[in-house]
Design a protein around this ligand. Structure first.
Ligand code: BG6
Length: 387
């Protein structure tokens, strides 16, 4: 290859195996010498799951660093390769009008959703050891949270951006698992007109499994930008539809000089950044219904990738593999980022371990999750969006 293609000894070692082999492979790459051999750069891409908890993630980081230095390590979170996720950064930091209102003074709360209509497909064996907390919350959801909440980086260097993301994770208020986190598991139900089995009936799943397929959490961030503005995160399998989004709900106008009858159907301003599907963004604003009487209604200002650009977005993996070849780790998770995220997941996992779920399955496939998740947000006089 080097002779034919001029690859110059450059190597990417891509780990997409079962995770128990990651330390073995890295150790053998080191021992065999090919991790350092000859000229050219050597890099390693690690698929998820990167560890199972904080301790195992630290151990894995240690085995990798025995052979590769941190700048050679590319930990994949494919959400970061999504155009729409990168666009959140552009939306926030290339437009002058959003940043001044992106804080506790104007934002009532933020909802981040990764909803899936699929079940666990044929991954029962893996999913039984993971659950929604490890499968999506620890990585994709916390990545979205970091990007939505971070301060403006001074530039787009890999470490400058990741420093800001890590600061968000460091600022998360200690989680009170009993009151701020809800877990769920789907039972049989209907999704998209089809009858589907419950989680415990899936292949390679224990009929008494206590694994969660749904997590919702209320997160508070202790810094000047976000004190008092809660973030509500949720993810689940077998929900009614597939929808990932970040929704910024702004505070109400301080005073409405309109007759009560005119404003029956008015919702607060919400900026929704749709990660997928219907990729784009929309802003809910109040508008006057045409006619002789003053009546107001909420309407959407919409941006759709499809109609604005008329080109296919690259797949998340295409972008990430290219970045790795070019040596740009901005869109990959850094060591400290992964460990912080595991620290949070561990807090939740430990809280749960002390109190095994007694009500599983607690939501029917094809519904928006357990009642307790509604209660979690409704006690703050707010409601989950229906994406
Ligand atoms: C993966 C999870 O990381 O992300 C899956 O392991 C999940 O369980 C998938 O279905 C979701 O990715 P996407 O790109 O379809 O939102």
């Amino acid at each position: 290859m080097d002779r034919e293609r001029g690859t110059n000894g450059n190597r990417v070692f891509y780990f997409a195996t079962a995770p128990q082999f990651f330390p073995v492979i890295v150790e053998r790459l080191g021992a065999s010498g090919i991790a350092r051999a000859g000229q050219g750069w050597k890099r390693v891409v690690i698929e998820k799951p990167f560890g199972h908890d904080l301790k195992s993630a630290q151990a894995l980081n240690q085995s990798i660093h025995a052979v590769f230095t941190e700048p050679q390590v590319y930990r994949i979170d494919h959400y970061l390769g999504k155009e729409t996720v990168q666009n959140v950064l552009v939306f926030r930091f290339a437009n002058g009008i959003f940043e001044p209102i992106w804080n506790r003074r104007y934002v009532d709360h933020i909802q981040i959703t990764v909803a899936e209509d699929i079940g666990i497909e044929r991954r029962g064996k893996y999913y039984e050891t993971a659950g929604a907390l490890r499968d999506i919350f620890q990585n994709h959801l916390l990545q979205l949270l970091s990007i939505a909440a971070m301060e403006a980086p001074a530039n787009f260097d890999a470490d400058t951006v990741r420093d800001e993301k890590v600061k968000v994770l460091k600022s998360i208020h200690p989680i009170d698992v009993a009151s701020d986190v809800v877990r769920g598991q789907y039972g049989p139900g209907w999704v998209g007109g089809q009858q589907v089995p419950g989680y415990r009936q899936e292949v390679n799943v224990s009929p008494t499994s206590a694994t969660e397929t749904y997590v919702a959490a209320r997160i508070r961030i202790d810094n000047w930008r976000w004190a008092e503005t809660p973030f509500y995160l949720r993810t689940g399998k077998r929900l009614p539809s597939r929808a990932s989004e970040i929704a910024i709900q702004f505070k109400n106008a301080p005073h409405l000089p309109f007759a009560k009858t005119a404003i029956q159907d008015l919702n607060p301003n919400v900026l929704v950044m749709r990660i997928q599907p219907h990729e784009g963004a929309s802003l809910k604003i109040a508008a006057k219904i045409p006619g002789p009487v003053m009546r107001l209604r909420t309407v959407n200002m919409d941006f759709f990738y499809g109609s604005s650009f008329l080109i296919e977005s690259p797949d998340a993996y295409e972008r990430l593999v290219l970045d790795c070849l070019l040596g740009d780790p901005t869109l990959f998770a850094r060591e400290d980022e992964v460990e912080r995220a595991w620290g949070l997941a561990d807090t939740i996992e430990n809280g749960w371990a002390a109190q095994p779920p007694s009500d599983f399955p607690n939501y029917a496939a094809g519904t928006w999750g357990p009642e307790a998740a509604d209660a979690l947000i409704e006690r703050d006089r707010r409601r989950w969006r229906r994406p």
